[in-house]
Design a binder for this molecule. Structure first.
Ligand code: NI
Length: 389
């Protein structure tokens, strides 16, 4: 019997040391016979690393596969085109991504152009997809973008330097695996950048216009966990307790913004990432205090609650004073984990800001920002992030 429903099953999120061993069995349950593994050469080369463990589990389940190993940071249209060509040449029937947000977004983008038309730039926006992607599972190795469990796919058009987002429930991987034991060797710098992304992804939905009581709870718990675990994870990558706490936090933040959406930090960070090919987490961390200072006017009570979740003592303070404390705390967090002070470090140039401001206002993450900005205001925010010391 054929139904009108094109999805296979609700998504399942496995979490904890050792969960990667389940992937072969899950691939069988999804009737995957020859998945395309989407990853990068570095991860593929790590002895007993995330790719090796994924393939070992698939081998044990008798599942064959092809490997696309050319994922780039800030995945480009050329990456998903190349992965699609390999998928078709190898007669694949499904996709398994192994890596951080770049691998998952490459896998999602490949799935999108396999079933929704070859020009992904025409699909930028919210709920633009009309056909199901091939079955997709995601093995996550950073904490993190949350892309292994969200409906967001972020791709850069290398011809125009425009980074855009395709937001659709059809993008959500059917199964995600977050195994903190696979994250112990992530370098401190990458831990800091991806951890700051998770931090921003817990803060933006908390002040988003689309927030609700459930996403609020997810955000506050994610923030408490990041406050406790990000600094230790940066200081010592092999701290399994800190890695586990960061995995919990990034999953909670991903679940929160999957429903409550993000805001101008992400809308503007995508412009920095697209224009200068800069690391997403660093872009977000640099913009966070600037944009939230600007947003404070819209919802000071929300920022006062954030200060409490961040561990600040707000007793005796006015709402405004507590809210300001939250902004200062965000700046301190970025500094503690080694994020540079200004977007100058990314190669940003003020001459680019007018176009970037215009494109940020069109980004799929802009609409839920609590304060409605003008192009001139966003230029001023980029300038403030440039002048920051
Ligand atoms: Ni992000």
């Amino acid at each position: 019997m054929k139904t009108n429903f094109d999805f296979l099953m609700p998504s399942v999120n496995f979490f904890g040391p050792g969960v990667i061993a389940k992937i072969g069995e899950r691939a069988q349950m999804l009737n995957m016979h020859h998945p395309l593994i989407v990853t990068d050469k570095f991860l593929q080369g790590v002895a007993n690393g995330p790719v090796a463990q994924t393939l070992a589990s698939l081998d044990a389940a008798g599942i064959t596969y092809a490997v696309y190993n050319a994922v780039e940071p800030n995945p480009k249209v050329r990456n998903i085109q190349a992965a699609k060509a390999l998928y078709l040449a190898e007669h694949c029937d499904s996709i398994i991504t192994v890596g951080g947000g770049s691998a998952h977004d490459t896998g999602k983008g490949t799935g999108i152009i396999l079933t929704n038309g070859d020009d992904i730039t025409a699909l930028a926006g919210i709920e633009t997809l009309t056909a199901a992607l091939p079955p997709l599972m995601a093995v996550n190795t950073t904490a993190g973008t949350g892309s292994e469990l969200t409906r967001h796919c972020v791709i850069t058009n290398e011809a125009t330097h425009l980074k855009f987002v395709v937001v659709s429930w059809r993008n959500i991987p059917l199964v995600s695996f977050n195994d903190p034991a696979l994250q112990l060797d992530v370098p401190a710098k990458l831990t800091a950048a991806t951890g700051m992304d998770a931090y921003v992804q817990a803060i933006e939905p908390y002040v988003s216009l689309n927030r609700n009581p459930i996403t609020d709870a997810q955000c506050l718990q994610a923030i408490r966990l990041i406050e406790k675990h990000l600094r230790p994870a940066v200081a010592n990558g092999h701290d399994l307790v800190a890695r586990t706490g960061m995995v919990e936090a990034e999953m909670l933040a991903g679940m929160a913004f999957n429903n409550a959406d993000l805001g101008y930090v992400h809308a503007m960070a995508h412009q920095l990432g697209g224009q200068y090919d800069a690391p997403h987490g660093v872009c977000c961390a640099l913009l966070l205090p600037i944009v939230e200072q600007y947003n404070l006017l819209a919802c000071p009570d929300r920022f006062a609650s954030l200060a409490l979740a961040m561990g600040e003592n707000t007793a005796g303070l006015t709402t405004r004073e507590a809210a300001e404390l939250a902004i200062r705390h965000m700046r301190q967090m970025a500094q503690d984990v080694g994020i540079p002070a200004s977007i100058k470090a990314l190669g940003a140039k003020p001459v680019d800001f007018p176009l970037m401001a215009e494109n940020a206002l069109k980004d799929g993450n802009a609409f839920s920002n609590p304060r409605k900005g003008t192009k001139e205001e966003l230029i001023a925010l980029f300038q403030a992030a440039y002048d920051a010391e």
